[in-house]
Design a protein around this ligand. Structure first.
Ligand SMILES: [Zn+2]
Length: 261
């Protein structure tokens, strides 16, 4: 029997998942901050089974920066597709310069990267659990991937958020929309999506994510020629009307200037 535990960050609402089988535990994604990573570490201890591997879904620091804290001196492989690993290796210095000062003491000074490639189209078996590896290419981040552990259960990384604002600064919105179309075609009717942010949910989340990306792109286009601060405020107001929550609002706000450029 497989059981999936979700740990949600408190400093930032991002999910790490612990997939528990009879044989052990597999971590999917690694949190952003030191204290949230420690909460994942405590959750692994509470399950009381050996951690056998970690998997990173995509190349954003809120999904890998906490890994060193979670893993400590446990020598477990950190799996990712070659594209995800390469994007993390390439971009970490820039993320360190930008996110480090934002998070201060909560930013993990020591970070570890994926070190065990998994080939897209294959199945990774860890702790007796089959993880089908699916490459997405650039979408929400410069490199995204999916993992399926049964017909129904999909780890979708940040391709789909659940009722939270989204990060669109990487500039791959059209690829993201195409990836959402593909997800909608390929996921079964009763699919359960383990999302990167928010509560796991059903296929309806895919359409909501598509609409969110479209509304954001339309809003930025409409306000493109306004002065920066005014444009940013206008887009934030549009998006708050579209999705009335403050969850991850800062990520969307950070995305307006890069997206307009
Ligand atoms: Zn992301």
């Amino acid at each position: 029997m497989t059981k999936v535990h979700r740990v949600e960050g408190r400093v930032m609402p991002v999910n790490a998942y612990l997939v528990e089988s009879d044989a052990g535990v597999v971590l999917v994604d690694g949190m952003l901050t030191v204290s949230d990573a420690q909460r994942v570490r405590d959750a692994i201890t509470a399950i009381g089974k050996p951690l056998q591997a970690a998997i990173v879904t995509h190349a954003h620091p809120d999904h890998y920066a906490g890994l060193a804290t979670i893993l400590g001196d446990r020598a477990v492989p950190i799996h990712a597709t070659p594209a995800v690993r390469a994007a993390i290796e390439r971009d970490d210095a820039v993320k360190n310069a930008i996110v480090g000062p934002m998070m201060k003491d909560e930013w993990p000074a020591r970070r570890v990267f994926p070190d065990a490639d998994v080939a897209p189209g294959t199945t990774l078996r860890v702790a007796g659990v089959p993880f089908d590896v699916i490459d997405v290419g650039p979408a929400e981040s410069p490199a995204d991937s999916l993992y399926r552990i049964s017909e129904r259960e999909w780890f979708v990384g940040d391709l789909v958020y659940a009722r939270m604002h989204a990060y669109l600064a990487d500039g791959f919105a059209s690829q993201w929309l195409a990836a959402l179309d593909r997800l909608e075609r390929e996921l079964p009717r009763d699919a359960l999506l383990y999302v990167g942010h928010g509560e796991p949910g059903d296929r309806a989340l895919i359409a909501a994510q598509r609409r969110y990306v479209e509304v954001f792109a339309e809003s930025v286009a409409r306000h493109r020629d306004e002065p920066r601060d005014q444009r940013r405020a206008a887009v934030v107001a549009d998006m708050k009307r579209h999705l009335p929550t403050d969850d991850l609002l800062f990520l969307m706000e950070l995305s307006v200037d890069p997206f307009a450029g």
